[in-house]
Design a protein around this ligand. Sequence first.
Ligand code: NAD
Length: 454
Amino acid sequence: MLQVLNPATEDPVATVPAATPADVDAAVARAAAAQRGWAAAAPADRARLLRRFASVVDGHVEELARLEVTEAGHTIGNARWEAGNVRDLLDFAAGGVERLNGRQIPVAGGLDITILEPLGVVGVIAPWNFPMPIAAWATAPALAAGNAVILKPAETTPLTALRLAELALEAGLPEGLFQVLPGTGPVAGNALVEHPGIAKIVFTGSTRVGKSIMAKCAGQVKRVTLELGGKSPNIVFADADLEAAAAAAPMAFLDNSGQDCCARTRILVQRSAYDRFMALLTPAIEEIVVGDPSDERTQMGPLISRAQLDRVRSYVTDDLTGIRGKAPEGPGFWFPPTVLTDVPEDAPCAVEEIFGPVAVVLPFEDEADAIRLANATEYGLSGSIWTRDVGRALRASRAVRAGNLSVNSHSSVRYWTPFGGYQQSGLGRELGPDALTAFTETKNVFISTEGPAL
Ligand code: NAD
């Protein structure tokens, strides 16, 4: 059984049965049967059903959001956005069903065409930090491209995923096409990875587990997309609008209590602007409202679990100095907004993903030094560049090795633009105009116009 706790209070919320390998076998058989009918259905019918699913989700945004506040401690504002994001992803993917075009390639003596075929049954293994959006990033385009999906949510956050599966049936999606199997990673997750009936795994989670899944997929040459960790830079040049950069820096790493793979947790500041920037950043951190996530004014809620709290605490040792915000006392997994200063560039807190409300500030001398520091990590997921110099913004955007950059902004994720990591932040891309093709095989067919040889 999986025990779901409210991370703001530590109160039990629900217990959910954990799937066994036999449950996975049965789910794969149901999914394979459903997928055959789904792939054969008229594109317009598939699109219509996905739009209806989006519409049913839209009617339950508030309910889903409240559930996410309770099981994951997300602020209510964020949780509403997340449920709305599921709706938008389904709508966007539905628009792709009738646009999943192959190509016609000039070949002498006939006609050459490509056909984009669905893969079959796709396994989606999701983390706890954004249970709804990350599940939908893969599920919506996979379904739209004609596949069936089995989603394994994280142990701590199965409830919104289970509700989405119910809403899919309510919308009229065929039984078995989209199934949610809560369970542990090593049992249910691993059974999906090893199952020969699963054509592709989309995994979002830690780099450690992602590497082991990639290795196991290699045994069957199973398709895999990995969205892994990050330690992203927020580069502030001295010529930037420092007020704007300092005002935006806190929520760029504190959103979702820092449990965000795109969190800008390495704030790199040009030395000539360092003192001014810190004078602006300090009150901005101290004023962050941390507390009851169901309160509309709250900016930051608790961490997901005691294990995550212990992990975050282990990085913020007593010898470190910096800025400390406020956090509630008493039950719940609370940690205050924290900015560490005067740390060595290669300190664990400066190079390892903490996945909590902790950032470091490191000074740099010039553009070359900024790029060197920004790239001094094994990750490469996202990052921000603050400058008023357009040429510098473009040079830095090209030089930073990361999949998702923003200039004078911290936005990373839109369902209609591509998302994914360089280096050990991942493999493959999700979202964006090509989202559906990641769930297809390309078949090339040549049709001779010459007739059979006599
Ligand atoms: P995790 O790797 O422990 O777990 C992620 C999922 O994998 C869970 O569903 C878990 O049950 C499952 N899992 C664990 N072991 C498994 C195994 N051996 N076989 C199959 N499945 C297994 O990570 P987490 O603690 O849930 O999430 C935090 C991490 O995820 C952070 O490192 C964060 O950066 C990363 N993350 C990355 C992105 C991204 O898009 N790049 C998004 C969110 C989270």
